[in-house]
Design a binder for this molecule. Sequence first.
Ligand SMILES: [Zn+2]
Length: 153
Amino acid sequence: MQSISISIGLWFKLMKGLRRRGAGFTESGGFLLCNPGKSKVVKIVFYDQFDKTVSESGIIQFKGAASFFEYLAEEKLEVLADIHTHPTRNTQQSDSDKKHPMIRTRGHIAIIAPNFAKNFLLSPKQCSVYEYLGHFDWRKFEISKFPIHLKLI
Ligand SMILES: [Zn+2]
């Protein structure tokens, strides 16, 4: 099972970025990136860096994949997980979430943050985390096997 570590500083930067982009009324999202083969987040990028219109309809419709993959190759980074916000406390995957994995690789991790990430002290455990099993099938991580760990640095 994949486990992801992220510094507290980067986690709150991620939450702040999601909150600012969603402005309390649209979903927003981004990718957690690592060095090849590692499990520590070293960089956060947001969908709108690659597709300005990603949140225009209110839900995520990402059309920036080509330039995003170019960026990954240039920076020599890999995707650990994606994250996006939902408008309410409901962090269950929507049908659209299930049918449109951001990365179509078995084992890819998708995180859903509640309430447009408006809570300033939102912790990873208030989010739901899903693993892609292929064929548009997912499993949700139980809280006892929660795969995201905050680190001081
Ligand atoms: Zn969703």
